[in-house]
Design a protein around this ligand. Structure first.
Ligand SMILES: [Zn+2]
Length: 60
């Protein structure tokens, strides 16, 4: 899913276990999809894991 995010929110999402990849190379004025602020940021491709697997499941 594509999202316009400011850098702190992109990092926060990543810390929450999402994969966040910058989709464009330019820093633009965007409205952040997470914090709702109008600031400079990027368009990111955000992917997560809808089915979180436990370590045990991955071993079997
Ligand atoms: Zn933000």
């Amino acid at each position: 899913m594509k999202k316009e995010l400011c850098k702190p929110c992109a990092i926060a999402l990543e810390n929450r276990g999402k994969t966040v990849k910058a989709a464009g190379g330019r820093c633009e004025k965007i409205t952040c999809a997470e914090c709702g602020r109008r600031r400079f940021g990027y368009t990111y491709e955000v992917t997560g894991w809808p089915h979180r697997r436990k370590k045990e499941d991955m071993l079997t």
